[in-house]
Design a protein around this ligand. Structure first.
Ligand code: PMP
Length: 440
């Protein structure tokens, strides 16, 4: 340890590295998301970020189209979030949550309970863990209430719920990691992806496969988990809210819990506080994350109804068996309270509506390109679906040259910009996106 410490101090301290050395070390030693360690995709060194701009180490400024994967909804370096973080860190960065509590955790619970109508809050460290917690809650609820045969989950194809074990088991069976972990992942029930698009004409036939699945296996199913209205990383697909309404009723008829994964959709991304609101339903369990802490800290929460909380507590061991080290982290809670305070601004829904109408207008020209299969917009989410997979490395190089930050996956080029983006910045972002897609 001593020797490594010595090396760190004298030779490898990042501040003394040139950018080339930093990138070389990163390439050799640091794993990035969904990449090879031996042949990684290019990464771009960031010096700072403020507002809607990410500034690279060479001084180039990029308009951020990604909100750092749905999280930085207020942009970067926001004065209110910075102030909350500073104030809290001077009090305490963290204390264990076992046997202790604090103002930020209680205030955040009040805010979340008020927003969702779900009275019980379980904090965790990331969206994937919030999903694991939701699944454990559903399974423990069924065990505690005597439904011991209900050990499975059901969901729809095209979903994404995170990279932990149970979360992976309910991701899309083809596009997800099922093949990679075949024989090891829990096997769950899948209905086809909801087919009727948001804004399309509802047809009852769309729900029939889910109805048939539950008719056949209902007594084995503890919960149905679903991303409400917007399927994110599984395909950026917007489906008809009627599907969700039918699902709520079906779950109630069969004694199945409904888990809404609002990790990507929550906090006004779709124009309403939660995507469930498009269907006027309340789930039994809801997962939130990402925008919750305004993109500052990894943080998430799982909320439950009274029934679920009471059920879990009703039988031995009478406790919910989960308790991460950083549960209820005060710093994250304090920043999250500040984030929710900003999101409570009365003008926000109108701003999201304005972003939506600009996205519709500015991305529409892409529909004329031969390589484009579909252009769709919902809330502050704009998607251009290509006919062929996009070369991510090459596309990003051109984005950086054009002064924008967009990270496609598969055939999907999409943006969900920070809500603070100005009309001019949004115009620049969309114009570049359409132009780059046209050249692809
Ligand atoms: N659920 C959904 C709907 C998501 O979009 C994500 C993240 N993309 C997750 C769960 C997992 O969250 P995290 O990356 O914070 O673990």
């Amino acid at each position: 340890m001593q020797i490594y410490g010595f090396f760190l101090k004298t030779q490898y301290l990042c501040d003394n590295m040139t950018i080339e050395e930093l990138l070389a070390y990163d390439r050799e030693h640091v794993w990035h998301p969904y990449t090879s360690m031996t042949d990684p995709l290019r990464v771009y060194p960031v010096a700072r970020a403020a507002g809607v701009y990410i500034e690279l180490a060479d001084g180039r400024r990029l308009i951020d189209g990604m909100s750092s994967w749905w999280s930085a909804v207020h942009g970067y370096n926001h004065p209110a979030l910075n102030a909350a973080a500073h104030a809290q860190i001077d009090r305490m960065a963290h204390v264990m949550f076992g046997g202790l509590t604090h103002h930020p955790a209680v205030e955040l619970a009040q805010r979340l309970v008020g927003l969702t109508g779900l009275p019980h809050v379980f904090y965790s460290d990331s969206g994937s863990v919030a999903v694991e917690v939701a699944v454990k809650m559903a399974l423990q609820y069924m065990q505690a209430t005597g439904h011991t045969r209900r050990t499975k989950l059901a969901t729809v194809a095209g979903g994404y719920h995170g990279d932990t074990w149970h979360a992976m088991s309910v991701c899309d069976p083809v596009g997800g990691m099922h093949a990679l972990y075949a024989g090891r992942l829990p096997v769950q029930f899948f209905a086809p992806r909801p087919g009727v698009p948001f804004g399309g004409e509802w047809t009852e036939a769309d729900f029939e496969p889910m109805r048939a699945l539950v008719a056949a296996h209902g007594d084995e199913i503890a919960a149905v988990i679903i991303e409400p209205v917007v399927q994110g990383a599984g395909g950026m697909w917007f489906y008809h809210p009627e599907y969700l309404r039918r699902l709520r009723t079906l779950c109630d008829e069969h004694g199945i819990l409904l888990i809404a994964d609002e990790i990507a959709t929550g906090f006004w991304r779709t124009g309403r506080a939660f995507a469930c609101e498009w269907a006027y339903i309340t789930p039994d369990i809801m997962c939130v994350g990402k925008a919750l802490s305004g993109g500052y800290l990894s943080f998430a929460a799982t909320l439950t109804s009274e029934r679920v909380a009471d059920g879990i507590s009703s039988a031995a061991p009478h406790v919910f068996m989960h308790g991460p080290t950083f549960m209820g982290n005060p710093l994250a809670c304090a920043v999250a309270c500040a984030s929710l305070e900003l999101l409570a601004a009365p003008e926000l829904p109108a701003r999201i509506a304005q972003i939506e109408s600009m996205l519709r207008q500015l991305l529409a020209p892409a529909a004329d390109f031969a390589g484009v299969a579909d252009v769709r917009v919902f809330g502050a989410i704009g998607v251009i679906e290509m006919r062929e997979p996009v070369d991510v490395g090459r596309f990003q190089e051109r984005c950086v040259e054009a002064g924008v930050w967009i990270r496609p996956f598969g055939r999907l080029v999409y943006i969900m910009p920070p809500y603070i983006i100005t009309d001019d910045e949004l115009r620049t972002l969309c114009t570049a996106m359409v132009q780059l897609v046209g050249e692809t």
